[in-house]
Design a protein around this ligand. Structure first.
Ligand code: SAM
Length: 217
């Protein structure tokens, strides 16, 4: 099946999950606190940032005060509708939310200082293609920030992934920290930092740069 079709089919699932997902992000506040703390360490005030698979906008709305501009995209219209409502409620002015597929981003090569793919790589059918597109829109010295659920990291995580899949949740890859890192490296990045966040769900937090790029001073 062409990847855009699977992605469109999955978008129907995510559309139906949007309001529930938004409530869930609030229940997982401790996990988001930790992810956001780490993301902020990677950003500078002048940065132009892209968040891919933004969901209801929890991450961009928590970090937008610290950067110049933020684009946030998601394939689900309902997710983006809730994200826009959240942005209004929180008075965020420098974030633009739009409906786009991560396989085909409407941005020029080398646009962004940082691209965030948070909890996206395990739920897309072709994660290497998502990473290729993220790499394309990153500046030469840009950072990829990829906190990702690693569903094969522990027995508990495996059971949870199995339950998710059985209940219709799209899960394509059950990563370990090691297999996630290997995928990111195969996709043309050098991993600069990796940490396992052991909250309710294990998340491997990876920061990477385009392979061969020299970090500025
Ligand atoms: C598990 S949620 C993560 C949301 C957010 N990044 C976070 O960390 O809270 C995954 C999101 O990816 C979106 N998504 C799934 N497949 C996508 C694709 N091919 N392109 C863009 N977004 C996609 C879903 O609609 C959903 O909002």
């Amino acid at each position: 099946m062409p990847k855009t079709m699977t992605a469109d089919r999955d978008a129907i699932f995510w559309d139906s999950a949007a309001k529930r997902y938004d409530r869930q992000t609030k229940r997982l506040a401790a996990m988001y606190d930790e992810m956001v703390r780490r993301i902020l360490q990677e950003l500078a005030p002048g940065d132009n940032v892209l968040d891919v698979g933004t969901g209801t906008g929890e991450i961009p709305l928590r970090i937008c005060h610290a950067v110049s501009r933020l684009e946030a995209v998601d394939a689900s219209r309902e997710m983006i509708a809730v994200a826009r409502d959240n942005a209004k409620l929180r008075g965020a002015r420098n974030v633009t939310f739009s409906v786009h597929n991560s396989y085909n981003l409407p941005f020029r090569d080398g646009t962004f200082d940082a691209v965030i793919v948070s909890n996206l790589l395990h739920i897309v059918e072709h994660p290497a293609d998502v990473l290729a597109e993220a790499r394309r829109v990153l500046k030469a010295d840009g950072r990829l920030i990829a906190p990702t659920y690693v569903g094969r990291e522990s027995v508990r995580a495996r059971i949870f992934s199995w339950v998710l899949k059985r209940t219709g949740h799209p899960v394509y890859t059950r990563f370990t920290s090691r297999s996630l890192r290997a995928l990111i490296e195969r996709s043309g990045f050098d991993v600069a930092d990796q940490a396992l966040l052991k909250n309710i769900l294990p998340v491997s937090f990876i920061v990477a740069r385009k392979a061969g790029a020299t970090p500025e001073g």
